[in-house]
Ligand binder design. Structure first.
Ligand code: ZN
Length: 872
């Protein structure tokens, strides 16, 4: 393979090297590292230093700072093109932008722009930090493009502009290279880390592209949809080690029928060109129509499809980060859609035979594929510019006059509705408003298909590859209806002509705090109630102000937590009867009010009162802890992210800390995120019968589970009055360990009887309880595990409440997505609470905070945390 590649790269350096180019060092020379060699990795700071050098020395390279990452690392994108194009980059960028939104252009004007413009290709590398080859390849490729003197490369550089992002998760690239170097030469070399490679969301950083909760997705999304408007986006990944060597498009089934077919024509053309060039270079094991579908919108290039961009993916077989692997021919396997058994097929004509596989191989495959897509973009420059304009026009034309979504001002949770509007604005969706304050989202706009996809419900296409067989199952989740997930009303309506442009409040992501040190609670300041403080004139009241009422709802949690931190007096009112003051409203004295005012999110309003209700449950700031297993859990990370964003004080607990016991003195609530009972108990995942049971342990100090001592630690915590909250799979652990009158009714249900790969299901919420305050009578729950509860009447020492119930009839269960076996859920509980002595156990058979997308069910979690400090 290396001989083959030497041939490929020698084509690029045959020409006479000019004096200017001669001064541009290769990444290996600049970093004094043998880039691409076994066990050698440049970390992101080195990569950034090398791109800074290219920016300094080459007129073909400009490095843009996209903004800070979650942990404060500068995120970069290199713009690479011919010297002539770089000299007129603002003009070329304006053309790309204009063609992405061609409204108002005449045919002649559009043709002139297509003629003058350049194709913009975005290539993003290394979003998944262990898939590290592309971050190394990016340096070599950029060097080659900056120094090339051969006519073909210069022609490509003149026809196209490359936007190259060497890593979409710099923090994780640094974590992985540090971990790798630490264990180099030991038996743990090339093994996984015991924590997430994105500070909060790990691998799910490529599930965030419609919700934009993380700084990295926000920064990239801004560059793509507000600044650069590329026509093509290739995201380079790596996959498992024992299948094909590389996946390139065409994608596998199914396809979303709402995506413009020109996207698939362009994607297939480029994928085929990549496969051709790799085959010509002697590379084996190239597959298409395999595993990765063209349906779900959560990934980088997937979201882009709905915004008229041709999005592609490559997946190369992995090694042990930079440690070579020897693959026995008998270990090569299919087992995924598009390749059931490993062997030659039309989509896989030249199987790789096995043997050594190295970091250099990954980089070489990626390099040839990257060159090929750049070549295709150069060859089809005018097609790409014309097609993106055609797609934007088709989207705009698809909508009826005035066809829109209306987000009414008068709705149950306006602050969250405003947040949805802010998210759409972040996606560069045009919003309007009218005199009633409603927000209008018209469909006749270039991103109209994206709006439709996000604001309506999904019905997963039941594609079968062979008659009579099972359908092709979803790759990831099957539902992403934002109004359902967020608990917001958005309805089809005709936008009034006089509606004006609306500027939605910006999405704000709080910075990650410095690493937490302990679970001790900061001493609350003495409550300094100031009843004599005079009223704000803006409130139109006179006389003496006593405090305020803070409405329930997920967004209010930010202000409520600020109020609790202030040391002021906070109580909460609950009622099962309709009243002027909704159940779950918080009553704040003046100290608490002042603190809450400083943390009020858009749309949340305090109601100032001269006399406050006297009753209610007294609240203090809950001391919250979350369990973190050594098998890193994305659900743990998402929960941590969410609670930090909403201002909760949070401590992470490992196995040893729970085993030590004494938890009640330090914490009010402990969360078990969605982790399987096997991983919680032993640290090792469950293996199906007959599957490989071999498990590679992490280094000492990072092994094991809670074991008996940990289970006792949790039991003592609840026994002493603590609140234990479990999500989804973790409920099975709690049911097994605690003597409670609850079972998982689906525990013995097989995969053939029940399947729900991440869909939104209807549930009815019991009203009037502290645990359900701020929740409507009907909610959409995000469910992807077979968990539903059957309770029984308990003895006198225990009480239990069913908090939410699935509907009575099977056809009422599914709101959006796909489910099989919904009859198994009818009449079952989705959420229950159990009280034993002074302690509480709250079992949520779903993820109330799934990927920070399900704002509508955040209150299930927040209420449980607030309940943990109220005494009964
Ligand atoms: Zn990946």
């Amino acid at each position: 393979m290396r001989a083959v590649l030497r041939l490929v790269s020698s084509c690029l350096v045959l020409g006479v090297v000019s004096a200017a180019h001669a001064q541009i060092p290769s990444p290996s020379a600049f970093l004094k590292l043998d880039i691409g060699a076994d066990r050698v990795l440049a970390d992101y700071r080195q990569i950034r230093a090398y791109f800074a050098e290219l920016d300094q020395r080459s007129a073909r390279v400009l490095v843009q700072d996209l903004g800070p990452t979650t942990l404060g690392e500068p995120m970069i994108m290199a713009v690479i093109s011919s010297e002539a194009n770089m000299a007129k980059l603002p003009r070329l960028r304006d053309i790309a932008k204009r063609l992405a939104d061609p409204r108002g252009l005449t045919a002649e004007e559009e043709a002139a722009l297509v003629h003058e413009g350049r194709a913009f290709l975005l290539i993003t590398c290394n979003i998944h930090s262990t898939e590290i080859g592309a971050s190394q390849m990016a340096m070599e490729w950029a060097h080659a493009l900056a120094t090339a003197t051969d006519p073909e490369t210069q022609r490509r550089l003149d026809q196209a502009v490359l936007l190259l992002v060497p890593s979409l998760n710099p923090d994780g690239q640094i974590m992985e290279t540090e971990w790798y170097r630490k264990w180099l030469g030991s038996k743990y070399e090339g093994g996984r880390m015991p924590w997430l490679y994105h500070h909060y969301v790990g691998h799910d950083d490529n599930r965030d592209w419609f919700m934009l909760t993380q700084k990295e997705s926000q920064a990239m999304s801004r560059a793509v949809y507000h600044e650069w408007f590329p026509q093509v986006w290739l995201d380079e990944h790596q996959m498992g080690s024992t299948g094909p060597r590389i996946f390139v498009p065409p994608y596998a089934e199914p396809v979303d029928a709402d995506i413009h077919p020109l996207i698939w024509r362009e994607v297939n053309l480029m994928g085929s060109q990549m496969a051709l060039r790799m085959e010509q270079a002697g590379m084996r094991g190239i597959i298409y129509g395999y595993s990765f579908d063209a349906y779900w919108p959560g990934g980088t290039k997937n979201t882009a499809w709905f915004k008229n961009i041709s999005g592609l993916l490559t997946e190369v077989a992995s090694v042990g980060l930079a440690t070579p692997l020897y693959i026995e021919p008998t270990e090569l396997a299919g087992g995924r859609k598009g390749l059931v058994e490993y062997g030659a097929q039309t989509n896989f004509p030249n199987p790789w035979p096995g043997g050594w596989w190295r970091l250099r191989d990954i980089m070489d495959y990626e390099r040839v594929a990257s060159d090929a897509i750049f070549e295709t973009c150069a060859n089809h420059r005018e097609d790409l510019l014309r097609d993106i304009a055609a797609r934007a026009r088709a989207t705009t034309a698809r909508a009826r006059t005035g066809e829109a979504f209306r987000i009414p001002r008068a709705q149950r949770d306006w602050p969250t509705a405003l947040r949805l509007a802010g998210l759409l604005a972040e996606h560069n969706v045009e919003l309007f408003t009218d005199e009633s304050g409603d927000v209008w989202v018209p469909l006749a706009q270039p991103y109209g298909d994206f709006v439709r996809e996000m604001l309506t419900t999904q019905r997963y296409p039941e594609v079968k590859l062979v008659g009579g067989t099972d359908i092709v199952r979803p790759y990831d989740v099957a539902a992403w209806s934002l109004p359902l997930m967020m608990g917001v009303t958005a309805e089809n309506a005709t936008m009034p002509e006089h509606a004006k442009r609306f500027t939605a409040p910006a999405l704000v992501t709080a910075p990650a705090p410095a690493r937490e040190k302990s679970g001790t609670r900061p001493k609350p300041k003495a409550a300094t109630s100031l009843p004599g403080k005079s009223a704000k004139s803006s409130q139109g009241t006179s006389g003496q102000l006593q405090g305020s009422l803070l409405p329930p709802g997920p967004e209010s949690a930010r202000a409520l937590n600020a109020a609790l931190k202030s040391g002021g007096k906070v109580t909460r009112l609950f009622s099962d009867k309709p009243s002027e003051i909704p159940s779950g409203t918080a009553v704040l004295d003046w100290t608490a009010t002042e603190a809450a005012e400083k943390a009020l999110p858009p749309g949340v309003e305090l109601k100032y009162r001269e006399s406050l209700p006297k009753d209610g449950q007294a609240l203090t700031a809950p001391r919250v802890a979350i369990y973190k297993p050594w098998a890193a859990s994305m659900d743990e990370g998402w929960t941590r992210f969410l609670l930090e964003q909403y201002g909760f004080q949070l401590t992470t607990l490992d196995n040893a800390t729970i085993q030590k016991g004494g938890l009640r003195a330090r914490f009010d609530a402990i969360i078990l995120p969605d982790v399987s009972k096997e991983v919680i108990a032993t640290g090792k995942p469950k293996r199906e019968d007959g599957a490989m049971t071999y498990f590679v342990d992490l280094p000492p100090g990072y092994t094991g589970g809670l074991d008996k001592e940990g289970a006792k630690g949790l039991k003592d915590f609840v026994g002493a009055g603590g609140t234990l909250v479990a999500f989804s799979s973790a409920c099975d652990y709690v049911i097994e360990q605690f003597n409670i009158p609850v079972t998982n009714a689906l525990a013995k249900v097989s995969g053939n009887e029940f399947g729900c790969p991440g869909s939104l299901l209807r549930a009815n919420v019991r009203q009037g309880l502290a645990l359900t305050a701020g929740l409507p009578e009907e909610v959409a729950l995000f469910v992807d595990k077979p968990i539903a509860f059957q309770t029984a009447p308990p003895g006198r020492e225990t009480q239990r409440w069913v908090l939410a119930t699935y509907p009575e009839y099977p056809d009422q269960v599914l709101l959006s997505g796909w489910i099989k076996g919904e009859d198994k859920l009818t009449h079952k509980a989705a959420a229950v609470a159990v009280k034993q002595g002074e302690g509480w156990i709250v079992l949520l058979g779903f993820r109330p905070q799934n990927r920070a997308q399900t704002n509508g069910t955040f209150p299930f979690l927040f209420n449980a945390l607030y309940l943990s400090t109220t005494r009964h």
